[in-house]
Ligand binder design. Structure first.
Ligand code: FNR
Length: 341
């Protein structure tokens, strides 16, 4: 199967995937009956990697390198990013590094979002040289390196040897001209993994937990003999955030994996994230409902977020990070078992 076909399969499966886990339901904000807030003065300004953004949301890595369809998707996502001045990550650029004729499907993002904060993306199998090419290709402001071994194992044609990944990350961090973000792809991270990434020197960690796009289910839909034991594998996004903030000095955190609403964004910030990220939800809306719908969806999300801030009697994201909540259900059980209270 060609890389191009696989990318199109991933988009098709992600667009048709239904959310089956709702881990953010285990997080309940505590109602503030005596709020003295004012929606008009609630600010969603987010500071991330030394830059300021009008809301704490980025468009996470998805696509590129699959021909005209991915070019059009990237073009439209870049338009959204530019309109809202929010950061956007491209999908893995390995396709264009192996075949430079594919580079246009990524470069279109810089053309459509000339002044935006753009994030290059490669898997941890990449070398420092690949990383420099990826950053140059889109004049990126940051670089994501993804760790996706469960996806690879679930993929019939996937990698089977992950032995060089941490070593590669170290040399990328050492040589990258822009900040490096380490990310998962929907299976989450523990505090031990996050501490190891911080030790290597990454600028931020995207925990990308279980609860949204599920690459095991995507790969199983493509194979004759499904390996269903990976379908429930991983660490949910709220758990991964709580794991991370149990560290003495957590790194800058991005919450992704199952972020589909303003409420998920708010809960992620309260759990310690500085930024949140969406993939699956945005591609579903874009493919099923079109660009205009995505634009109005994000406008609504922004409005809702200011209402949530006002409801919690806070007026900015720093205060939201201290908003009180209760953790119940499986999330509570996990954190208790792990000694994280
Ligand atoms: C992804 N994701 C991804 N991640 C990455 O680092 N490089 C990549 O090339 C891709 N490709 C990709 C394609 C498609 C179609 C989807 C939906 C997702 C993973 C993505 O960035 C994110 O980590 C997970 O999808 C979890 O977030 P959501 O989808 O639940 O919001």
């Amino acid at each position: 199967m060609s890389r191009e076909q696989r990318k199109m399969d991933h988009i098709f499966e992600a667009v048709n995937q239904e959310q089956t886990h709702y881990p953010f339901e285990d997080i309940t904000f505590i109602h503030q009956a005596l709020a003295t807030s004012n929606v008009q003065t609630c600010s969603l300004e987010a500071t991330f990697l030394g830059h300021s953004f009008p809301m704490p949301l980025l468009i996470n890595a998805m696509t590129g390198g699959g021909g005209i369809q991915t070019l059009q998707i990237n073009e439209q996502l870049a338009e959204v990013a530019q309109l809202y001045s929010i950061p956007m990550a491209v999908g893995s650029q390995m396709a264009a590094i192996k075949d430079p004729s594919q580079a246009e499907t990524y470069k279109v993002i810089r053309q459509k979002a000339p002044s935006n904060f753009l994030i290059a993306n490669l898997g941890a199998e990449a070398t420092a040289e690949d990383a420099l090419s990826a950053v140059e290709m889109i004049e990126a402001n940051a670089l994501q390196i993804h760790f996706n071994h469960i996806q690879e194992l679930a993929m019939p044609e996937g990698d089977r040897n992950f032995s060089k990944r941490l070593h590669n990350l170290e040399s990328i961090v050492h040589k990258s001209p822009v900040p490096v973000i380490a990310k998962e792809v929907g299976f989450g991270m523990t505090r031990e993994s996050i501490a190891a990434l911080k030790e290597i020197g990454v600028a931020a960690v995207d925990v990308s937990g279980k609860g949204g796009t599920n690459f095991s289910r995507i790969e199983n839909a493509r194979r004759n003999q499904p390996m269903s034991f990976f379908n429930n594998w991983g660490i949910s996004t709220p758990i991964a955030l709580a794991e991370a903030t149990s560290l003495k000095e957590p790194p800058v955190l991005i919450a992704s994996g199952g972020i589909t609403s303003s409420f998920d964004v708010a809960k992620s910030i309260a759990l310690g994230a500085s930024m949140t990220a969406m993939s699956g939800k945005l591609i579903q809306l874009l493919v099923n409902d079109g660009l205009d719908y995505v634009i109005s969806y994000l406008q609504q999300l922004k409005t809702e977020l200011t209402y949530i801030l006002a409801a919690l009697n806070v007026s900015n994201l720093t205060q939201l990070q201290s908003a009180p909540f209760v953790i119940s259900g499986k999330t509570h059980h996990w954190l208790h078992e792990r000694g994280i209270e």
